[in-house]
Design a protein around this ligand. Structure first.
Ligand SMILES: [Zn+2]
Length: 125
């Protein structure tokens, strides 16, 4: 039931590419968040009146960016796990029930550790 090494190599390359892309995105988000803080902190806008509404929307934007980063970091963690499973030779089988994960699912979400059935149960809680 274990995936062939040659097949795993395809997914490994895909995971590595995905990881590189996500890492770039996370760094970019962190950079722009830091730049925004620096601009707000340097006192250039001290002459302008600060409205509560502006502060509120800024906070919202920052929280949105942070939660976006969090979910991308979650995906990065899943990619790392998947790469480890490739090294261990267990990639492509469900973490929960041990069945072979369909290739159509792996093609869509190469870092998933679960089959469709278990993922659905996981989402329901
Ligand atoms: Zn399963």
């Amino acid at each position: 039931m274990v995936m062939k090494k040659q097949e795993m190599k395809v997914y490994k390359e895909r995971l590595l590419a995905l990881r590189a892309r996500l890492r770039g995105d996370v760094n970019q988000l962190a950079d722009s968040a830091l730049k925004k803080n620096r601009i707000e902190g340097n006192g250039d806008h001290s002459a302008m009146p600060i409205h509560m509404a502006d502060i509120g929307s800024d906070n919202f934007e920052q929280e949105f960016t942070l939660s976006l980063m969090e979910s991308e970091e979650g995906t990065l963690g899943a990619i790392e796990d998947a790469l480890e499973r490739i090294e261990a030779g267990t990639y492509g089988t469900c973490d929960e029930c041990g069945v072979k994960i369909p290739k159509t699912r792996l093609n869509a979400i190469p870092h998933t550790p679960l089959c469709v059935k278990c993922a659905e149960q996981f989402q329901k809680g």
